[in-house]
Design a protein around this ligand. Structure first.
Ligand SMILES: [Cu+2]
Length: 167
């Protein structure tokens, strides 16, 4: 009698713990990574509700994909909003010299940061800084810069597109 009572207590305790585990696990996956917050990247504009977007609005830091891509979404179908040039992205007015600032929600070891404009690399920076000043090389008008944060110890990178109005 005593031992079966103990067994029942153990089963009841196990049932009590299970819901806690399932609640805690999904919440942790959204913490990692980083994105360009200034000038506001496309995912930043989604997060700020400047533009209506899908899932990316909840996790602007999560645009992660294999190194070497040149898309704003980093190949993530669920963030395909970011590849849509027809959405009402608000361009930031800038001159030829632009400073891009990253916001990090988790640190990773960095291989480098790269900046692309029209398929051409206009900047590359080694090290740990979160702020990079790039020269746009004489272009004017509406432009789109792709910023890439290449991680040193994984195969992945983080991607962010920034819409600019160059004066
Ligand atoms: Cu991360």
């Amino acid at each position: 009698m005593k031992s079966s009572g103990r067994r029942l207590a153990a089963v009841a305790a196990g049932v009590g713990i299970a819901p806690l585990v399932t609640v805690v696990l999904p919440a942790t996956s959204a913490f990692a990574h980083g994105y360009v917050s200034s000038p506001p990247s496309r995912q930043a504009q989604c997060a700020q509700r400047t533009v209506q977007c899908g899932e990316i609005q909840w996790e602007p830091q999560s645009v992660e994909g294999p190194k070497g891509l040149r898309s704003c979404s980093g190949g993530n179908a669920r963030f395909s909003d970011l590849d849509d040039d027809s959405k009402a992205w608000k361009p930031t007015a800038v001159g030829q010299s632009v400073t891009f600032n990253w916001t990090f929600t988790a640190q990773h070891s960095t291989r480098d940061y790269e900046y692309y404009l029209g398929g051409k690399r206009i900047g590359v920076f080694n090290g740990r800084g979160s702020s990079h000043t790039v020269n746009l090389g004489g272009v004017t008008g509406r432009q789109k810069v792709l910023a890439v944060w290449n991680i040193a110890d994984t195969a992945n990178a983080f991607y962010a597109c920034i819409d600019l109005q160059v004066q």
